[in-house]
Write a protein that binds this ligand. Sequence first.
Ligand SMILES: Nc1ncnc2c1ncn2[C@@H]1O[C@H](COP(=O)(O)OP(=O)(O)O)[C@@H](O)[C@H]1O
Ligand SMILES: [Mg+2]
Length: 355
Amino acid sequence: MIVKSLTLKNFRNHSYLNYDFQKGINVIEGPNGVGKTNIVEAIYYLSLARSFRLNEDEGLIQKGKSKAEIEADVEQGGIKRKIRVVIGKEGKQVYFYNKPISRLSELAKITNVILFEPKDVMLFRGSPKARRNFLDISLAKHSAPYLDYISRYNKVLKERNELLKQNKIDENLLSTVTEMLVKLSGPIVSYRQMYVKDINDILIKITRALTGVHEKVEVIYKPFVPFDENFNEAALEAFKKVEESDIRHKATSTGVHREDFTVYLNDKEIGEYGSQGENRIVALALKLAPYFLIEDKDKRPIVVLDDVMSELDQAHRQRLLEFLKKFEQVFITATRLDISEATHYKLKKKEKEVF
Ligand SMILES: Nc1ncnc2c1ncn2[C@@H]1O[C@H](COP(=O)(O)OP(=O)(O)O)[C@@H](O)[C@H]1O
Ligand SMILES: [Mg+2]
C-alpha cells in the first residue's frame, strides 16, 4: 500500500501542510526541529491510531489549538481510500470515507506502517516490553484473529489483577478467570511460535543483504509454556504455582504478557555481546521482516525510517538503499540525503517572528 497524499492541520508544528507522495523512496529533508519526524509520526498514526512518541494524543495538537487533523489518501491494489483523523482534547475520531469508524481494529485492516527509529538500536538491550510490542503489533497486522485474542486476553488479565487486589479473594472466581486466561493463552502462544519461525527464515536473508556477509542470526522465543496438546494443563499448573505469590503481590506474574524473545548473532546474544552497529542492523532487519510475511502484496506496509541514515557508515547505507528498492513505498527522514531514484521534500525553517 502507499500514501498518495497527506494533509496535516494543526498537527504539532505544522499549521497546514499538504504533500503528494510517490511510490518508491520519499526523502523528507530539512534541518533539526523543522518537523520531519512529525510528518512520519502522522503517517504512523494512520496505522495504529496512536503516536510512536507519545502516550497521550494531546501533545500532537498544535499548541494553542483545539484539534489536530490528519487526512490521507491511501492506495491499496489500485483502490484509493480516504482516511481522516480528528484528534481533539477529549479524544480522537477516525473517519473512513467520512464515515466514523467505531473500532480502531478496523483501521488495522486498512493501513499498515513499519517504523524504524534511532532508539530501536536498544531493541535487544532494553526492557522486554519493546520486543513484545514488536511481536504483538506485527502479528496483529499479520493475523486479525491474533489482535482479537490479545485484546480479550488483556481484558481478562485486568479482571484477574483487580481480583488479586481485593482483601478477600473469591477463590472460585479466581479459578474461573484463570481458566479464561489459559484458554486465550493457547492460541496466542501458538501464533507467536509459528510467527517467530517464519521470521527466522526471512531475517537471515535480510541481515545478509544489509551486511553483505552471511551471518547466523536467530530469534529464540521462550513461551511461558510451550504450545502442544498438554498446553491447558501445563498452563493451569504454571498459574497455580505462582498463585500464592500473585495474591501477595496483587498482580499476575506469569503468562503471555510477561514473555520475551532473545536474538542470537553467530550464537551469541546480541543484546549482550553485539556491537552498537550490529544491534542497529539486526534490529532494522527484524523490523523489516514482517513486510515479507504478509502474503497479499497489496496489504504490505509502508516503511518509515526516521533519522536512520546518518547513523550508518557509507557501505551499510549503500546496501540499505539498494535493499529499500524491494518495498512499495518508503519514507526516509534526514537532515540531508542526496540520492537519485527518490522524490525529495525539503522542509525549511520558518523565519522567527520578530516582536
Ligand atoms: N504540539 C506542538 N505544537 C507546536 N509545535 C510542536 C508541537 N509538538 C512539537 N512541536 C515542535 O516540533 C518541532 C520538532 O519537530 P520534529 O518533527 O521532531 O523535528 P525534526 O525535523 O528534527 O524531526 C519542535 O520545534 C517542536 O517544538
Ligand atoms: Mg526527527
